[in-house]
Design a protein around this ligand. Structure first.
Ligand SMILES: NC(=O)c1ccc[n+]([C@@H]2O[C@H](COP(=O)([O-])OP(=O)(O)OC[C@H]3O[C@@H](n4cnc5c(N)ncnc54)[C@H](O)[C@@H]3O)[C@@H](O)[C@H]2O)c1
Length: 247
């Protein structure tokens, strides 16, 4: 039940054209936030933004200039920025690790880790200069805490996202800039087939005590809480939204 928990806030959500990101942007808009949908996918991104009365910006999160453009757009259209969700992600298809090629390794590290570097490098100075509280949320993964075989470098990238989140929380807490991570267990999105490889989803789900995959709404509800003022004393957590998988 929406209750304007994000009223007056401006949020950028990367990868918000589909999957978890679209779910997060939808929840944020329902809770009163102005949303900026930042995604590589022009058509789906524009569609999502128009459904949410938000703004679309075509973004490649691995490019510095695209992060600069996000900040410029937020300030031009809304005059402020409050919430940054680093949700866009990439993976190669589940396979034996000796078969991962260099381009796949670079893609995973660039999209899942370097994007966080750029988001902080470009956006933290804005929060510092304006003396404005901010909330960064990284969509990590249970793979970053309880990895399985076949996705070694994807899992390592999510482990890096979680560790960076904790380090940044410690560093910028005194400036009231909060950094948290959300770690979903497998969900049914555009990336699911990459994670599964030849494995059936029921094999993954059998390790989830609550007995189902995650949904965009599960992830969005966790992000909404962490982005809201209700979580103003919460920083540096990695919130597992995983039906108990990591217990
Ligand atoms: N689906 C799962 O089972 C699962 C589990 C744990 C974590 N995650 C994480 O959730 C996040 C969202 O993924 P999803 O499952 O919703 O997949 P998805 O494929 O539905 O959505 C990913 C979105 O990111 C966008 N994107 C990809 N590369 C981009 C780039 N360089 N710049 C900008 N946008 C880019 C895509 O266009 C797409 O809209 C990812 O970080 C993923 O690693 C997913």
């Amino acid at each position: 039940m929406p209750s304007n928990r994000l009223e007056g806030k401006v949020a950028v959500i990367t990868g918000a054209a589909s999957g978890f990101g679209k779910g997060i942007a939808t929840k944020f808009a329902q809770e009163g936030a102005k949303v900026i949908v930042a995604d590589l996918s022009q058509e789906a991104g524009q569609q999502a933004a128009s459904e949410l009365n938000g703004i679309f910006i075509r973004t490649d999160v691995t490019k510095r200039s695209d992060w600069e453009a996000i900040l410029a757009l937020a300030l031009k259209e809304y005059g402020q920025l409050d919430i940054v969700v680093n949700n866009a992600g990439a993976s190669y298809s589940n396979k034996a690790t000796e078969g991962v090629i260099e381009q796949e390794f670079d893609m995973v590290m660039n999209v899942n880790v370097k994007s966080i570097y750029f988001s902080t490098n470009i956006l933290v100075p804005y929060f510092l200069k304006e003396n404005r509280p901010g909330s960064f949320i990284q969509i990590a993964s249970t793979a970053g805490i309880r990895p399985r075989g076949g996705l070694a470098w994807y899992s390592a990238s999510k482990g890096a996202a979680i560790t960076a989140t904790k380090a940044l929380a410690s560093e910028y807490g005194p400036k009231q800039i909060r950094f948290n991570a959300v770690s979903p267990v497998v969900g049914i999105t555009g990336m699911t087939n990459l994670f599964l490889g030849s494995t059936d989803i029921s094999t993954f789900v059998s390790t989830v005590p609550l007995g189902r995959p995650s949904t965009p709404a599960d992830i969005a509800n966790a992000c909404c809480y962490l982005a809201s003022d209700e979580a103003s004393f919460i920083t540096g957590v990695n919130l597992e939204v995983d039906g108990g998988r990591c217990v």
